[in-house]
Design a protein around this ligand. Structure first.
Ligand code: FES
Ligand code: FE
Length: 400
């Protein structure tokens, strides 16, 4: 149930303007977001190479929920809700590791890797173990990335992802590995975090390091002349740069997006000096001066260069706290020190994410002010505006 204040804010919303403050800050809105979006959206859990051996697991926290993603057998990965079926304790307290089973630290009930209850001491004779396994979440592996959904009947992300398979398969995801990953916590509502990522209006003033190399910082009228030369170079190298965007017609919770942007003169990849930083990925035979922006579902994005991939996963924590988890992938045969330098590889998106953390926090502080009022979007914020329009419709539909 939305609070009175949130209902009023919802009624006040005007398309073309940012959201009224309580749609960011109100706890009842976060609760509604949890019900309608976090419990049915796909979230990135890990790269498949992180759970290669039977018993390897990672734990992912999404708002108030926690889910264990585990390799059960050579050909099966499952996801279980991290809530004991005895009296509800968290079962697994580590963020990742390898285990033969999951024993609850409270009274010692133990579950197999498949979530079935194996041990529950001193329970009555009629107690039915088979009815007390860990609850299941949905799990899908999409281009070697493991995604979970707390709704075990959620629509398939991997099915939608087939629409960008010709483009993404060029990167040879199955021959990639995690070179580095880091999580940034930002004390801001998840929508402020996503809205920031969906527009590059802020890139020129806030990200000089990114803006000097990526044409996305330019308005369309200035960047459009760069596309034909990129297309020509892509064709010469046999690179499929076909854009795909399903978000206008499909449910954004299942959206897929692929778009290649031209890098600016002197840059062939996303590095400080613009020079290659790691061995080419997949079937890439060279650098065409392009970089792909991708999206899988509402909470997952990526920037793909010919020699490395940067994955961006967003996680809500509470009404005024969120996490940005960034993962850098390189070819699995590449060796740190010999084929790539982790500091050089990660420099651009570390400085960019540090800056994003600051600007998003400042955005939240301004939204908290009694003097904040929703302001108008520019043309360069069209994806943010589309998201906000969709979000408000969603909230109106689900208002109880
Ligand atoms: Fe897990 Fe009691 S709550 S064993
Ligand atoms: Fe940014």
């Amino acid at each position: 149930m939305l609070s009175q204040q949130a209902q009023e804010a919802l009624a006040q919303y005007q398309t073309g303007y940012s959201l009224p403050a309580s749609l960011y800050n109100d706890a009842s809105v976060f609760e509604a977001d949890t019900e309608s979006l976090f419990l049915s959206g796909w979230f990135y859990a890990c790269h498949i190479s992180e759970i290669q051996n039977v018993g390897d697991f990672v734990v992912l926290n999404i708002a108030n929920e926690s889910v264990i993603v585990v390799r059960v057998s050579e050909d099966s990965v499952q996801a279980h809700l991290n809530v004991c079926r005895h009296r509800g304790s968290r079962v697994c307290l580590e963020s990742h590791g390898n285990s033969k089973n999951f024993a609850c630290p409270y009274h010692g009930w133990a579950y197999g890797l498949d979530g079935k209850l194996l041990v529950s001491k001193e329970m009555p004779a009629e107690f039915d173990k088979s009815a007390h396994g860990l609850k299941a979440a949905a799990v899908e592996i999409v281009f070697s990335m493991v995604f979970v959904n707390l709704d075990s009947n959620a629509g398939s992300l991997s099915k939608n992802a087939k629409r960008i398979e010709p483009q993404l398969s060029q990167y040879g995801f199955e021959q990639t590995k995690v070179a580095y990953q880091e999580t940034w916590t930002v004390e801001a509502n998840w929508k402020l975090v996503l809205e920031n990522f969906m527009e590059c209006y802020h890139c020129a003033p806030a990200h000089p390091e990114y803006a000097c190399s990526h044409s996305l910082k330019l308005p369309d009228r200035l960047s459009e002349k760069l596309y034909a030369p990129l297309q020509k170079r892509s064709q010469e190298l046999g690179i499929n740069g076909e854009p795909v965007y399903s978000g206008e017609t499909d449910d954004p919770l299942l959206a897929v997006f692929h778009h290649r942007q031209p890098l600016l003169d002197g840059y062939v990849t996303g590095t400080e000096d613009g020079k290659p930083v790691a061995p080419l990925l997949g079937s890439f035979a060279g650098y065409d001066g392009g970089a792909a922006d991708i999206q899988l579902g509402l909470f997952f994005y990526g920037v793909m260069y010919p020699d490395h991939i940067v994955l961006y996963s967003f996680l809500p924590v509470d009404a005024k706290s969120s996490k940005m988890h960034i993962v850098w992938l390189v070819r699995d045969t590449a060796e740190q020190g010999r084929d790539y330098d982790v500091d050089k590889l990660t420099w651009l998106w570390r400085v960019t994410t540090d800056a994003d953390k600051t600007i998003i926090l400042n955005n939240q502080l301004g939204v908290n002010s009694r003097f904040y009022e929703p302001g108008p979007y520019s043309e360069m914020e069209k994806f943010t505006q589309m998201f906000v329009d969709w979000y408000v419709d969603e909230l109106r539909d689900n208002r109880r």
